[in-house]
Design a protein around this ligand. Structure first.
Ligand code: SAH
Ligand code: SF4
Length: 340
């Protein structure tokens, strides 16, 4: 059902002799309450719910596996064509965040990322993205206040479907889930045309840019596919975005011991970030099977942070909440698909 537009759903109801407002009632219920199945849509008759289950299933993604920790629950889904995708719900005292996938696999091939080493299969469709949010809500009975595109895939390489999903998540019921755009973050490895296009949208979404190194050589080692977009082009695109969208951009930086965590590299990073209002988010490396990188010692993480802060760049260190549940992007899928 999530794959159908409001018009298609109304037409289906009409063909069954049901009034069009019932289709609106159904969409309103699904986007306002968060349900796991039609059984919970209590404002429709039992017969209608049974017919819907048979002829227009509520969701396409089937849950394959769930792993729950104290602060996060991760789901692995199987799409209609057998593709495996992951989503995580992260619970903090002040917010609940749905971390969504935008592609099956990823073509960027980042050396530290479980998704990157699995290769690219296909783009997700808009409804497969929206469903991740709705199903986690329905199955956990906890509504996420925030959405981040930090699961599998590069959202700006699946631009149209991701933007369509963002619009649905953002629109008020019965069109969508009514999440404020400022609570939706797109995380990109630095796809310059995508960042420039996003700057022209009338949408107040947050942008996070995965920089990971201040120089081309180190960055090229970590992100082979990103050589197409030199750092200075990325910075120019981000400055354009933050000027036009008037948003404060966040830079993500995975800290890898002995690779990108030296005081000199922190100094170089300051040179790049000082030119425009932004924040830095340091992510200590989350170990990936078969990947030789190491997480820096705590004191080295703190040293890096202190150098940025001294230059008045607001900096946080973010620990992956789901370390114990394979929550780093692509890990659960790799284990279940047997490709580790
Ligand atoms: N493709 C997008 C969004 C998905 S990845 C991007 O790269 O920005 C979301 C974030 O998780 C990125 O900042 C990425 O660098 C980070 N990440 C991936 N693998 C990681 C790992 N093993 N440890 C820590 N962070 C990781
Ligand atoms: Fe793709 Fe992001 Fe993983 Fe790089 S870090 S391989 S861009 S999902």
């Amino acid at each position: 059902m999530t794959a159908m537009s409001a018009e298609e759903l109304a037409a289906l109801f009409k063909s069954w002799g049901e009034p069009a407002f019932r289709a609106t009632q159904l969409r309103d219920f699904v986007f306002r309450q968060g349900v796991a199945s039609y059984e919970q849509v209590t404002n429709l008759s039992k017969e209608l719910r049974q017919r819907l289950s048979r002829e227009a299933p509520l969701y396409e993604l089937a849950p394959v596996e769930t792993s729950a920790g104290d602060e996060a629950t991760k789901w692995l889904w199987r799409a209609g064509d057998g593709a495996l995708i992951e989503s995580v719900q992260i619970r903090a005292p002040e917010r609940v965040t749905s971390c969504l996938s935008s592609q099956v696999g990823c073509a960027m091939g980042c050396a530290f990322c479980a998704t990157g080493s699995s290769g690219f299969e296909r783009n997700l469709q808009a409804h497969e993205i929206v469903e991740q949010y709705l199903q986690m809500w329905g199955r956990s009975t906890t509504r996420s206040s925030h959405v981040v595109f930090m699961g599998m895939g590069e959202p700006l390489l699946n631009y149209d479907a991701v933007l369509a999903a963002v619009r649905t998540l953002n629109s008020p019921p019965p069109q969508g889930a009514g999440i404020a755009a400022r609570r939706i973050t797109l995380s990109t490895i630095g796809i310059v045309p995508g960042i420039l296009r996003l700057a022209t949208e009338k949408l107040q979404v947050e942008l996070a840019v995965s920089l990971h190194a201040p120089d081309e050589e180190t960055r090229g080692q970590l992100i082979p596919a990103a050589k197409r977009y030199p750092i200075r082009d990325i910075m120019a695109a981000v400055e354009e975005f933050s000027r036009r969208a008037r948003r404060l951009v966040t830079y993500e930086y995975v800290l890898l011991a002995g690779v990108n965590d030296s005081p000199e590299q922190a100094g170089e990073l300051i040179g790049l970030l000082q030119t425009h209002p932004c924040k830095a988010n340091l992510i200590p490396f989350n170990p990936v099977a078969g990947c030789a990188y190491q997480r820096p010692a705590l004191k080295d993480q703190e040293r890096f942070k202190a150098i940025l802060e001294k230059a008045h760049i607001p900096t946080t260190i973010r620990y992956s909440k789901g370390g114990s549940i394979d929550a780093a992007c692509g890990q659960l899928r790799r284990r279940v698909a047997g490709t580790t």
